[in-house]
Design a protein. Structure first.
Lengths: 262, 181
């Protein structure tokens, strides 16, 4: 396999494992696997490594075996502690802030697509998004907003619109301008039908911003959308939904997969 | 995998070559079904087998020749075979609610069973600390662009990719050595 082609496929495998590859890209990658089944070994290693490192299974703590009587004493101590905890238990409800994103990291900013099947050309809108990203990591939020606005006003097409609105929302959120960020995240979510990843981000941060302005009912709908999209924010969205349901007095929504939101 | 060779073997009824090629294609189809459609191992094996029987018949009828068309046909037929089985199954269990109403993401973890994961885990643990930290950071920051990772380690984006490929190659080499033992 020629070098550049191999590198391209390796980057596609990386994107696939990270959940960043489009449906079209995934199918095209499987066609490559059918032509070169040995590439599946690479996919196996990458997927396994990511799973192991995400679960932090690697480097387990050393275990020193204890003698039998030590276990009996330990069990008795646990029973005693549980009894004491029950006795002196004080109801301490968790704070909503514990479940919220306080600051959105720059890595969440959408830039030009690194990999999109065979199309590797960078458009002007892509460059503006990349410059916006650069401004964000340089701490120049004002410049970033200007650049994202240029994309919004001049490239009203997808995926640029949804990306620019999402990025604008992120900058505004980090500046504490939640009402403005809500408008941006909403716009992004409405436009991002083509991309599950952007859509998920938009709904997740929209939910967070809505909670920050006290709109819990509407936030619940947005967070549910993020949960339903079943991506990287699923676990966090699940926890936040449980907290929202608890605070809103909705106790019948433990199983979100089989129940409707309302 | 040379699909034109496969077509030739089917048309000439060269059983040895067909058997070898079928083994390779079956393995790909099983993984495809398990990862993309979350199919059980047993069902995936059945679907892959049916798919190849159908494809061989199609080739014998001179209706399939182009390698790209064959690949596309194999994947489509494998999916179709699975959904056909699913529909049959649902007919007999019509009173049950569907378990999902939206597309689940690809189940890549299904490529490796527990034994394989243990082997890979040992390989990761055997990496040099520098490589281990690097790959850990790479996957723990999966949402980030490569430029952010490159910036973190103070290297260029190209070097970031090269280093990542090097670590994966080392892991693949170790994994394949240990799995053969």
């Amino acid at each position: 396999m020629e070098n550049t082609r191999e590198q391209k496929i390796r980057k596609q495998i990386d994107a696939y494992v990270k959940g960043k590859l489009s449906e079209e890209g995934i199918q095209s990658l499987w066609n490559e696997f059918a032509k070169n089944p040995e590439l599946l070994d690479l996919l196996e290693v990458e997927a396994g490594t990511k799973a192991l490192l995400s679960e932090s299974k690697v480097k387990k703590a050393t275990v020193h075996p204890l003698s039998g009587w030590t276990w009996h004493i330990a069990a008795a101590a646990v029973v005693l502690i549980v009894a004491m905890v029950q006795l002196f238990r004080v109801n301490t409800p968790t704070d909503m802030d514990e479940f919220l994103v306080t600051n959105i990291e720059p890595g969440q900013i959408e830039t030009a697509d690194g990999i999109r099947a065979d199309d590797l050309k960078i458009s002007e809108a892509d460059s503006l998004l990349n410059l916006g990203f650069k401004a964000v990591i340089s701490g120049n939020g004002e410049r970033a907003l200007e650049l994202f606005d240029i994309v919004i006003n001049n490239y009203d097409e997808e995926p640029y619109g949804s990306k620019a609105f999402l990025n604008k929302g992120i900058v505004l959120y980090n500046e504490g301008k939640y009402p403005d960020s809500i408008n941006s995240f909403r716009e992004s979510a409405n436009r991002a039908e083509h991309s599950r990843m952007i859509s998920e981000k938009a709904y997740w941060y929209l939910g967070n911003a809505l909670i920050n302005v006290g709109e819990l009912e509407v936030a619940r709908e947005a967070v549910y959308e993020a949960y339903r999209l079943d991506g990287v924010f699923r676990t966090a969205a699940f926890r936040l939904l449980q907290k929202l349901n608890y605070d809103l007095g909705k106790y019948d929504y433990d199983n979100f997969d089989i129940q409707q939101l309302n | 995998m040379d699909y034109s060779k496969f077509v030739g073997a089917v048309l000439e009824n060269d059983k040895d070559i067909i058997a070898k090629q079928v083994k390779v294609i079956t393995a790909v189809l099983i993984k495809f079904l398990r990862v993309r459609l979350n199919v059980s191992q047993q069902d995936a094996e059945d679907c892959a087998q049916n798919t190849l029987l159908i494809a061989i018949e199609k080739i014998r009828g001179d209706k399939l020749e182009n390698p790209d068309v064959i690949i596309s046909y194999l994947f489509t037929t494998a999916k179709h075979e699975y959904f056909k089985g699913l529909a049959k199954d649902k007919e007999s269990k019509f009173d049950e609610l569907p378990d999902s109403h939206f597309q689940k993401p690809d189940q890549l973890h299904r490529l490796l069973n527990e034994e394989k994961m243990n082997i890979l885990q040992r390989c990761i643990e055997a990496l040099k600390p520098d490589f281990k930290n690097y790959i850990q950071y790479w996957f723990n920051n999966a949402a980030n662009e490569t430029s952010v990772i490159a910036d973190h380690f103070g290297i260029s984006v190209n070097n970031a990719w090269t280093k990542k490929h090097r670590v994966i190659n080392l892991l693949k080499e170790c994994y394949q050595k240990k799995i053969k033992l």
